[in-house]
Structures are given as structure tokens and as C-alpha cells.
Design a binder for this molecule. Structure first.
Ligand code: CA
Ligand code: CA
Ligand code: CA
Length: 277
């Protein structure tokens, strides 16, 4: 366990931010971790965080990604379990370090032993990036949404999907009567609360003839909130028959039925009873 101490400015964090990568040089073995330490007093330091385990390269420089928030004045250190060799240079002018027994867990405070000055300088360093939105993602290379905090690579979570539509369209019409044209057409106006598609049809009961005549079924497309005129048409011979009954002052009704579904498939039916004139 090693950490250079005050005076070795290259291992104190200059500003609040996030460590985004770190390096080992001429180091042998696996299970090195980069530690962030916060000075308490004297030789006491609190261990704040740990990188993922890393394997050194000797000779050479090995670089590792990490994501460790830091505050100005924090220290960095390297932990290892004793089987590895951390690269360094002995007798470096001004070099000093604190050594800790074992590998203190994150969140604990441990007391180190000071070595130096003019002792070993260890070969490790780290890059700190600003984290202006304080989301733990370095703003230069990690944060995909700089200035907006969020847990997904520095971005806010996507909005939740809208709840499924389980409400059928509401159909309204104030039509109570309709004129039957000579060609056998009736029309009326209907409004749906949301876009809906379906069919319209209807019947006219002509009691005198003991006969029910039927309008041709037709497709309807309703637009949300828009009054839509629906026309239904009788077959030619039925039109003539109903016109004749009407002309004899019979009271006849067209029973109209609309069956539609919204985009989610929720069905809705509307029945109208129209006095024919
Ligand atoms: Ca950020
Ligand atoms: Ca962000
Ligand atoms: Ca709906």
C-alpha cells in the first residue's frame, strides 16, 4: 500500500472531479487497484474508493479505465496483495510515501507509516476530469450529457413508456332525426374522443310491410375531437319502398350502429335512433 504524501503534488487531486483512467509503469502481476484517499490528520487517511483490479505490464505503461469521484486535495494510492511488484525508482530526490498494512477497505480510516524524503517514487498516476453536473461521469470522456446529471453514461434515464391505452373511444352525437334522400341516403354527425376506425350500418323497420331494410355497411374513420359526417345508403329498391312509407306519414326510425376501435384496439359501439323525415 503506498501513497505519496504532501509535497508530492503529482498525487494530490487538484480539483473536484472524477478519475477516469490510471496507469502503472513497469509493474508486475495482477490485482493492483487504484485507491482514493482523504487525509484525516497526521498519518490517518480514509479510504474512499477502489478501481477494478488491474494487471501491470513490465516493462511498459499499462492504462486502465475507472470511474472514481474525487475532491480537491484527495490522494491516490495503489493497493496490492503482496504477490506483485509495483514499479518505482529508489532514492528519488524529495520522494516520500505513506505505507499501510494490508488493504484497508473502502470507508475505513487507517494509519500509515511515513517513508522519506528521498526514497522510492512509485510509478503510477491518474487523470482527473471535471464533473460539473456532479453525476460521477467525467465530463471529457465519460459523460454523454455534459451539464445534465444522469445515471446512464451521464444522461437522465429515458422517460417511462406511456401506460397502455385501455380506454375505449367515447362517441357522441346529438342527432335524433335525419332526412332520407330520394336516393336512400341518411347522414348524421358523430364525434370521437380519439382517433378511431370501424364500420357503420343500420336498419329501418317498416312495420306495415313487416320488413326490415338494411343500410349498406361502410367503413368510417373518426378523427379525435372532429365532428365527422357519416352517410349510410339503402339499396335502390329499398329506398323507394321506405320513401313510399314515409310519404304516407308513417313514423319510421333508422337504427344506426357504429362499431369502432381506437389505435390500441379498444372497442366502442354507438347506437343512434333517428326519426326519418
Ligand atoms: Ca458529469
Ligand atoms: Ca451528465
Ligand atoms: Ca383509447
Amino acid at each position: 500500500m503506498i501513497s505519496d504524501i504532501p509535497g508530492a503534488a503529482n498525487v494530490t487531486v487538484p480539483a473536484d472531479g472524477v478519475i477516469t483512467r490510471w496507469r502503472l509503469r513497469d509493474s508486475v502481476g495482477a490485482n493492483f487497484t487504484l485507491r482514493v484517499l482523504r487525509h484525516v490528520s497526521g498519518d490517518d487517511y480514509t479510504f474512499i474508493s477502489s478501481s477494478a483490479p488491474a494487471t501491470g505490464t513490465d516493462p511498459g505503461i499499462a492504462t486502465f479505465p475507472t470511474q472514481q469521484p474525487v475532491k480537491a486535495g484527495d490522494y491516490i494510492a495503489v493497493s496490492w496483495d503482496g504477490t506483485q511488484g509495483l514499479g518505482g525508482i529508489d532514492g528519488a530526490s524529495g520522494a516520500a510515501f505513506e505505507a499501510f498494512d494490508g488493504i484497508p477497505p473502502d470507508g475505513t480510516t487507517a494509519t500509515g507509516t511515513l517513508f522519506g524524503p528521498n526514497t522510492t517514487e512509485a510509478f503510477f498516476n491518474a487523470d482527473v476530469e471535471a464533473d460539473a453536473d456532479n453525476d460521477g461521469f467525467g465530463d471529457e470522456t465519460q459523460d454523454k450529457c455534459v451539464g445534465v446529471p444522469g445515471p446512464n453514461a451521464g444522461c437522465p434515464p429515458p422517460p417511462p413508456p406511456p401506460p397502455p391505452d385501455t380506454t375505449p373511444p367515447a362517441l357522441t352525437s346529438s342527432a335524433h332525426s335525419a332526412k332520407l334522400s330520394h336516393s336512400g341516403i341518411v347522414s348524421f354527425v358523430i364525434t370521437a374522443s380519439e382517433n378511431a376506425n370501424g364500420t357503420a350500418t343500420g336498419t329501418i323497420n317498416v312495420p306495415k310491410l313487416a320488413k326490415v331494410v338494411r343500410f349498406r355497411k361502410r367503413n368510417v374513420a373518426l378523427t379525435a375531437g372532429k365532428a365527422t359526417k357519416i352517410t349510410l345508403k339503402l339499396a335502390k329498391k329499398n329506398a323507394k319502398l321506405v320513401r313510399r312509407a314515409l310519404s304516407k306519414h308513417k313514423h319510421l326510425k333508422a337504427k344506426v350502429r357504429l362499431s369502432v376501435k381506437d389505435a390500441a384496439g379498444n372497442p366502442s359501439t354507438k347506437r343512434l335512433s333517428l326519426n326519418l323525415r
